[in-house]
Design a protein around this ligand. Structure first.
Ligand code: DHY
Length: 334
């Protein structure tokens, strides 16, 4: 029997986080970051950036313990949802069909799986359309988030993560490698940017962060200024700075539950068929911060637990290669 064809993934589409206090999370994500509230009830908030024409790119669900409920990829056709079901069934992974109306608000027929890396992942095609806010400058505030850009996941075995996403048809824009080409990190894409998903070496499966895009670097700076102005600077974890990998301008924040978000702008086009992977050496001080600023320990070590299809936390395995242990110039923790 031939192996099932991989589903045609379009892009990283939304993440669903469990938060312990919905009003507090609403303050962080909607008031401060500037996500628009598309739908809300007692237990749920559906949010989107101002460029997004679909129902949401972030769902916050109230629960007892902070966690990642699932990440979701949009696929090209309804048949690709069936392909995702066959693909993960063939891999022997847990798979559940979620008919329209029984899963996340606004999402049509979907498939949820626990992928070979242990992550809860949804594949869907249908999603409700939303009103165009692209030129509603009057509604913009906070960091003026335009859209979801990527997921960054912690996984102990980076080559396995790379191989799995290659099998789903993802390209690789950049890597961090050792002298013998040991893979410490990789950035992989379906849409024509640097990434839809990236891997941070570390105990996993855990969610490292959600990357959300602004149009301009001044919005990243303004975001940091806003948190400073109201004495909430402890939400800022790393940056602002410019990445080596991706060339993007960045700021990492932690939400009230400790979920990490990267406010991110100005990466580059990767859509040519002969686009080549750019490889950084792990000893290059500029790889994570182009100006050589050190990465702090919490950024390497702390992350969000992930849930299985039954809603219980997934077991975590320790990492095989620890980039934070590499002693190099401004970076590396010893
Ligand atoms: C890097 C991390 C990201 C990203 C692009 C580049 C590298 C780093 O500075 O750690 O999360 O989106």
């Amino acid at each position: 029997m031939t192996a099932p064809t991989a589903p045609d993934v379009i892009r990283s589409a939304y993440a669903q986080l469990v938060v312990t206090d919905l009003p507090r999370a609403r303050w962080f994500w909607a008031d401060m970051l500037g996500f628009h509230v598309q739908y809300e009830d007692r237990d749920t908030l559906c949010l989107r950036g101002s460029d997004e024409l679909t129902h949401h790119s972030l769902v916050l669900r109230r629960g007892a313990e902070a966690a990642l409920d699932h990440i979701a990829y949009r696929v090209r056709t309804p048949e690709d949802v069936d392909r995702a079901e066959a693909f993960f069934t063939r891999l022997g992974r847990p798979v559940r069909r979620v008919p329209a109306g029984q899963g996340t608000k606004g999402i049509g027929d979907a498939v949820r799986v626990v992928d070979p890396l242990g992550f809860p992942v949804e594949f869907f095609h249908d999603i409700e359309r939303a009103e165009r806010l692209i030129q509603r400058y009057d509604l913009r505030h906070g960091a003026e988030i335009a859209r979801l850009d990527h997921f960054n996941i912690c996984t102990p075995d980076i080559p396995a993560a790379y191989a799995h996403y290659r099998s789903l048809g993802f390209g690789c824009s950049e890597t961090i490698e050792g002298d013998e080409h040991e893979l410490y990190a990789a950035w992989m894409y379906r849409k024509q940017t640097v990434h839809d998903v990236a891997f941070t070496g570390g105990a996993g499966p855990r969610l490292h962060h959600l990357g959300v895009a602004t149009h301009e670097s001044h919005q990243v700076l303004r975001c940091a200024d806003l948190f400073g102005s109201i004495r909430k600077e402890h939400h800022i974890e790393r940056g602002p700075g410019r990445h080596g990998v991706s060339n993007a301008f960045y700021l990492y924040l932690r939400d009230p539950d400790g979920h990490r978000v990267e406010v991110y702008t100005s990466d580059y086009y990767t859509g040519d068929p002969d686009h080549e992977t750019y490889r950084w050496n792990v000893h290059d001080d500029r790889r994570r911060d182009f100006w050589g600023n050190a990465v702090i320990e919490s950024w390497y070590k702390e992350a969000t637990p992930v849930l299985g299809l039954d809603g219980t936390p997934q077991p975590v395995m320790d990492s095989l290669l620890d980039e934070s242990a590499v002693q190099v110039g401004a970076d590396g923790l010893g």
